[in-house]
Structure formats: C-alpha cells, structure tokens
Design a protein around this ligand. Structure first.
Ligand code: HEM
Length: 517
C-alpha cells in the first residue's frame, strides 16, 4: 500500500482534511499515513467506502471514535458497537420515523421565527453584523432540545449555565477528536488541568439536568399509562425521550442519558454547520439565493413551511444538498478493522484505524465535474430524487451509509430546508469583510475560523412581484423550477415562541445572548 510520509507540522494548525486531500491527489484512493507510532489508512474511493460501510460493515468498529466520545456519550448510538449498538439502534430508530419527524416540522418553523424576532430583526435594525455561525448553533440547539427531550433551551434569546455546559462538552469532544495524544487518559488530569476540570463540572451539570428530565418524563408516562392505557404517543410531550420511555423497553437511566446526549450532540452542530456553510455559499452565489427566494416567495409567501411544502421546496433542498457535498459534516468517518480486509491488491490488517475521507470523495476530480465549484444543478433535474449515498453509489455520503447511516437524516434535512426557506424569505445576508476571512477549522464538524459575520437586512417585500409575473421570472433565472405551487393557506407570520429556557433544575434568570459560544 502507498505510504505517505506525514510531517506533523503540515497538519497542526490546519483542518486535517485539507492536507489529507493534498495527499490523496498524490498517493491515490488508498494510502497509509504514519506519524511516529500512529498509523492510519486513508480511504478516498466510493467502492472502498461502500465495502467498509455496507458490504463488510461487520468487520469494523468505531474504534478511536468510541474512545474519544466515551466521556460524554458512553454507550450512545454513535460510539456504541456490537450487541449494545444493535439493541439501541432497534429501539431509537422508530422514534425518528418519518411520520414522527413530519409532526416536528411546525416546531422547526416556530424556532426559526423565534430566532428571526429574537435576534435577526435586532441586528437588521442596528446595522451591526452578526455571527451567523453562532446564530445557527443556537437555533440548532433550541430545535434539538425540544425534539429530543421537550426542553426549551431558548438559547436564541438568553444564556444559562446549562447552555454553556453543553458547549463546553461539545468543544471538549471536538478537541479530543483532533488531539495527537489521548491526554484525557492521564490519571488525575481533571484535578490539575483547568479545562479538564471545567469539562467534568459541565458533564455533571448536564447529566443532572438530563436525569431530571428523564425522571419528569417517567412520571408523565406513568400518569398517562393510568389515563390512556397502552397509548404512548403523547400530545403533552411529543419528544424522542417520551417515545423511548413510553415504548416500554427495559432500559437503564444511564443508557437513556447516553442516548439523549448522543442525539443532542449529533443533531446539533451538524445541522448548524450545514446551515452555516449553505449561507456562506449563497453569499457568493447570488443567482442561487435569488432562485431560492423566487421559490419561497411563490410557494409560501410569509407562512411557515408545512409538511406539504417540503416536497415543493426543491431548489432550497438542492442548494443544501450541494452545500453538504462541498462541506460534509463530519468531513471524515472513523473506523477500526476488527478483521483483515482486502481492497484490490492491498490488505488492511485487523487493528488498523481507517479514515474514510468524505471530503476527498466529495471533491474528487475523478468523480465530479469541476468538484470545487458550487453547482446545485449537478444533481440533475429538480424533479429527480434527492441525492444520497445510493443514488450516487457512495461517491456522496452526506449522512454516511450502510447500517451506521445517520438516523436523523430526514429530521435534519427538513429542519435545514424550513429554516433556510424562512430566513431567505425575510432577509438578505451579506458578508462583513471587515471581520477577515471566514476560514475553516475542524472538530467533529467544519467550523469557521473567524465566524460567519454577516450584515442582515430585511427584504423589501413590497418589491416582490405578484405571483403571476413571478412564474415567468423564475423560468429565466438560470435555475429551472419544475413546478410552481400556489399557496394553499393564507399568509400568516407565526407568532414568536414565548421565551422559556433554563433547565428547570437549574433555573437562573436569563441573560442576553453573548458572542460565540
Ligand atoms: C445535517 C445534519 C446531520 C448530518 C450531516 C449528520 C451526519 C451523520 C453521519 C455522516 C453519520 C454517520 C457517521 C459514521 O458512519 O461514522 C451520522 C450518524 C448518526 N447521526 Fe447524524 N447527522 C445529522 C443530523 C442528525 C440528527 C438531527 C440526529 C438525531 C436527531 C442524528 C443522529 C445520528 C446518530 C444517532 C448517528 C449514529 C447512528 C449509528 O451509528 O447507528 N444526526 N450522522
């Protein structure tokens, strides 16, 4: 197998997937990269990725990832392997069934509307630029908090110790995922290194909050059992936690906590990063931004997208699909070989750590025409299927593939489509170049280096042409609309969600939203 001699200085200080891309162009679709005693096999080929994720999936574990995430996710779905993973996957997947996700679409719209009134309108009025990466991170946290345990962080309007603790844990998980040594295994480190101490305190706070929510939910389910017998889909608490508690599985509170923490982390920063990079791309491609606005103006005007609108928001969806190609979250998938495996003439021995570089697959000049260019039309007619690992034969892995594929893919795509459609309808976004380049850094997802600072302006909707003339304009916009649907419901601006937030077990008065978390 080709051996790439890595100079650690080339990797330190830049997002790891960037040097891996340069090495891929030199060494090809499979190569070994060694740093001192550490060695990784880098995979950048769709057939090999399919073999690891699908056909030979039982020969691989999460390896390094489980070790890194153990402190925060325990035996949650992402780090779990073997029988525990099988049992939890069987239990958790039904909680994200399409029907259930559909019932959340309204909540996505409420959260986006609340973000608009709590934050964007204020920045639009003041004329100051806003870090949209921070905004999307908070929007993602509010949405996932409600979906997973019916808890209103309301991080868009205020801050509290639990929100800060969640961010401390996220940053620690990301730091560990890029650290050259497993410093967290050094005995007693949490007593001497201040960051480790803060991490332990944050973990204790979030765990206590989650335990409180689990207890509250269990009590509610008992009451409902008394009231409704076998019925476990609750109008009082439509969360994933309620589904898991009420579905009657014998499950320990520790396992439930690991599941919740996994979904909180997996479903938060990923979607936030997708929206961040989508908006970044749209700022540089005004023609695509205009095409989304035409679609939204025609279909929704000022109402929240409903379930029935999702299929029709084709251009909005396609732009997000293309943004996920250019900025995959996470950019690298990690596996460990449990047995020897063979890739053409090369053998990967048991015990090897593998990185499937999704970044390389998504930007491979062998797989994509002008791979670095933003071209939403590359996936074919808007009426065609939504691209995924199957339609693109593992050259496109926005949500992974095979049996460890993301369980929140539909949830996340609907969330991103609803949020983007609503924001593009109401606002124009322009980069604040005085804040420097956006830049990329990596943790579990791709972050900006300096924030996505943007000027936010309310759109002048009086200038939007009436529907009849818009259809003709859309046809000449460069992006073809497959169909233009007339709004079925009257235009209604949703009322902002009342401010809530603060863990009920650690309630503190709200404080204004600060800068980057
Ligand atoms: C745009 C947003 C999202 C992206 C890009 C994304 C991406 C991914 C990817 C690539 C994987 C596969 C990881 C691997 O093979 O190693 C994954 C797994 C997973 N995702 Fe997501 N995800 C997103 C949103 C969500 C949401 C909203 C949830 C939960 C509500 C979620 C829960 C999970 C879980 C539990 C797994 C592990 C599944 C398993 O191993 O069985 N994700 N995600």
């Amino acid at each position: 197998m080709p051996e790439a001699r890595g100079d650690i200085r080339e990797i330190v200080g830049q997002p790891v997937f960037v040097p891996l891309y340069k090495l891929f162009l030199v060494y090809g679709k499979i190569f070994r990269l060694s740093f001192g005693p550490k060695s990784f096999v880098i995979i950048s080929d769709p057939a090999y990725a399919k073999q690891i994720l699908l056909t030979n999936a039982d020969k691989y574990s999460k390896g390094l990832l489980s070790e890194i995430l153990d402190f925060v996710m325990g035996t949650g779905l992402i780090p779990a392997d073997g029988e525990i993973w099988k049992a939890r996957r069987r239990a958790v997947v039904p909680a994200l069934h399409r029907k259930y996700v559909m019932s959340m679409v309204d909540m996505f719209g409420d959260c986006a509307a609340h973000g608009a009134s709590a934050t964007l309108d204020k920045y639009a009025a003041s004329g100051a630029s806003l870090d949209m990466e921070n905004f999307f991170s908070r929007l993602g946290l509010d949405i996932i908090g409600k979906a997973v345990f019916n808890y209103d962080f309301d991080s868009l309007a205020h801050d509290d110790p639990v929100i800060q603790a969640v961010y401390t844990l996220l940053r620690e998980a990301e730091h560990r995922s890029t650290a050259p040594i497993a410093y967290w295994n050094i005995p007693g480190i949490e007593f001497v290194v201040p960051r480790q101490k803060r991490c332990q305190e944050a973990l204790a706070l979030v765990n206590e909050c989650l335990d409180g929510l689990i207890d509250k939910c269990k009590k509610l389910v008992e009451e409902e059992d008394a009231e409704f017998g076998e019925e476990f889909l609750s109008e009082r608490d439509p969360s994933i936690l309620h589904f898991l508690v009420a579905s009657g599985d014998e499950i320990s509170s520790k396992q439930l906590r690991d599941d919740l923490m996994t979904m909180l982390i997996a479903g938060h920063e990923t979607t936030a990063a997708v929206l961040t990079w989508t908006l970044y791309l749209l700022a540089q491609h005004p023609e695509a931004a205009a095409a989304i606005r035409k679609e939204v103006d025609e279909l929704l005007e000022d109402r929240k997208p409903g379930v029935e609108d999702l299929k029709a928001l084709k251009m909005t969806t396609r732009v997000i699909n293309e943004a996920m190609r250019l900025y995959p979250q996470p950019p690298v998938l990690i596996r460990r070989a449990l047995q020897d495996d063979h890739f053409d003439q090369f053998t990967v021995p048991a015990g090897s750590d593998l990185f499937i570089s999704v970044w390389n697959l998504h930007r491979s000049p062998k797989l994509w025409d002008e791979p670095d260019k933003f071209k939403p039309e590359r996936f074919g007619p808007l009426d065609g299927p939504i691209p995924n690992e199957v339609t693109e034969n593992f050259a496109y892995l926005p949500f992974g593939g095979g049996r460890r594929k993301c369980i929140g893919d539909q949830f996340a795509l609907f969330e991103a489509v609803v949020a983007l459609a609503m924001l593009m309808r109401r606002y124009e976004f322009n980069l604040d170049e005085s804040k420097g380049t956006v830049g990329m850094t990596t943790g579990a997802t791709i972050h900006t280096t300096n924030g996505l600072n943007m000027f936010v302006r309310r759109r002048d909707l009086s200038a939007v042409p009436p529907p009849s003339t818009r259809v003709a304009a859309a046809a000449s916009a460069g992006y073809a609309f497959a169909s233009v649907v007339t709004p079925a419901a009257p235009s209604v601006v949703p009322p902002p969600t009342p401010a809530g937030g603060g863990c009920p077990f650690h309630a503190t008065p709200g404080t204004p939203v600060p800068g980057r978390p």
